[in-house]
Ligand binder design. Structure first.
Ligand code: SF4
Ligand code: SF4
Ligand code: SF4
Length: 153
């Protein structure tokens, strides 16, 4: 887990972000450079989680918000860069026991409350762990008051 956390930090530090939810792994982004950003505009009405790289391609910034899988970005894309069903899971998400309040004796259920998939298990009010229901939506990441929810894409 420490290795994952390190890699995640490295990737984020290098400016590598998570591909948009309806983009295939080998998506062709060539049309994005000349697009005004229909997908991003559609998403900002929802959460503002979808941003653009310098080359115009959309990406998710899970530090800002999570994805609701509303599909507005997909439906707004006139070029078919975003299409079909979302990747699942979007990201691998886990909780850092070292940083988490509830792993260290303080009651906190912020991540549990925001999760739409009941994907975080707790021992009574302590020791939260992400389970296999997780879609990688990222809603719990920005909900955590101490940055204890980590991810890698
Ligand atoms: S599915 Fe909805 S919330 Fe997720 S990136 Fe697309 S527009 Fe934004
Ligand atoms: S919101 Fe953060 S600090 Fe609170 S229980 Fe969840 S991971 Fe721990
Ligand atoms: S634990 Fe829940 S809120 Fe967090 S990424 Fe997974 S599904 Fe989304």
């Amino acid at each position: 887990m420490q290795r994952r956390a390190f890699l995640s930090q490295f990737l984020r530090g290098a400016g590598s972000n998570l591909a948009a939810p309806y983009a295939a792994a080998q998506a062709d982004y060539s049309a994005c450079a000349d697009c005004p950003g229909y997908c991003m505009d559609a998403c900002e009405e929802e959460t503002g989680v979808l941003k653009r790289n310098n080359d115009g391609r959309p990406y998710l910034d899970l530090e800002v918000a999570g994805c609701t899988f509303c599909a507005k970005c997909r439906d707004a894309c006139p070029e078919g860069v975003l299409f079909g069903e979302p990747r699942m899971p979007l990201a691998t998400v886990w909780i850092s026991a070292a940083s988490c309040l509830a792993h260290n004796g303080t009651v906190c259920v912020s991540c549990v409350q925001v999760c739409p998939e009941q994907a975080i298990d707790m021992d009574n009010l302590f020791n939260p762990r992400v389970n296999d229901n997780c879609t990688g939506c990222g809603l719990c990441i920005s909900a955590c008051p101490v940055g204890a929810v980590k991810w890698s894409g």
